[in-house]
Design a protein around this ligand. Structure first.
Ligand code: DC
Length: 227
């Protein structure tokens, strides 16, 4: 079976960077499942469809014309041949993603698309329900935590790099509201899988988190050793 490494956790916990570094080191494919939900939200907005319109949004999710292109600045998101990376990664993009992600039929519509990516030599899957729903048989599931304040600060510097200036209190409020919605929704709530390893990255540098996860990868025999 193709090995899948699940990296789940709330937004701003450092999952994206960790998943990207792991996929580079291991030469594994990368699934940024949040980007899929972000594109669905963006596509609805672009077509004038309300995020609460579950029938129309599910239709969009089923026929989503999206491509993910690796680049030096991370994965670019191409929707209908247009690069929408900055738009989907904006604060509004996150709100749309969280709204459409709460619709059960949208999650269902995206399942096969996510599972198809489990191809040799392996996959690093970043999201909220990778270990609980999408890849329950995965040999390693990491649940990455960090305090809400640390996550808001990381998000602020990420947005600043994209030229978007958002105040820390506003980001903290948005993160807490989104966490609450993601953790309490009835379908695929944000919870660690029973067999997940919980890593709290609040006071850890990216390299330290990477080292910890790589030690789990080798300890479980997922890869023999990495140079
Ligand atoms: O990881 P992210 O910030 O790009 O995710 C955006 C939103 O999508 C977030 O509010 C939760 C949702 N999401 C989800 O419900 N399930 C996933 N596997 C990934 C993201």
């Amino acid at each position: 079976m193709v090995p899948v490494l699940c990296i789940d956790g709330p937004s701003g916990s450092g999952k994206g960077t960790l998943a990207q570094r792991l996929s580079e080191i291991l030469g594994f494919h990368l699934l940024d499942s949040g980007a899929l939900y972000r594109v669905v939200g963006y596509a609805a907005l672009d077509s004038g469809i309300d995020w609460q319109n579950s029938v129309a949004v599910t239709q969009i999710a089923r026929s989503l014309d999206v491509e993910f292109m690796p680049s030096q600045q991370g994965v670019r998101v191409i929707y209908r041949d247009v690069d929408v990376t900055d738009r989907v990664r904006s604060v509004l993009g996150g709100e749309g993603a969280s709204a459409v992600a709460a619709i059960p039929s949208v999650r269902e519509a995206l399942l096969d698309r996510q599972r198809e990516l489990a191809r040799a030599p392996g996959l690093v899957a970043d999201g909220r329900d990778m270990g609980t729903v999408v890849f329950p048989q995965a040999p390693l599931k990491v649940f990455l935590e960090a305090s809400a304040l640390a996550r808001a600060q990381r998000r602020q510097s990420q947005l600043q790099q994209q030229g978007e200036d958002v105040s820390l209190p506003r980001l903290l409020e948005a993160i807490e509201a989104r966490d609450n919605r993601d953790r309490t929704r009835s379908v695929s709530p944000l919870v660690p899988a029973e067999d997940a390893v919980i890593v709290d990255s609040t006071d850890m540098a990216v390299d330290a988190v990477l080292e910890r996860v790589m030690s789990l990868v080798t300890a479980r025999g997922i890869v023999r050793s990495v140079d």
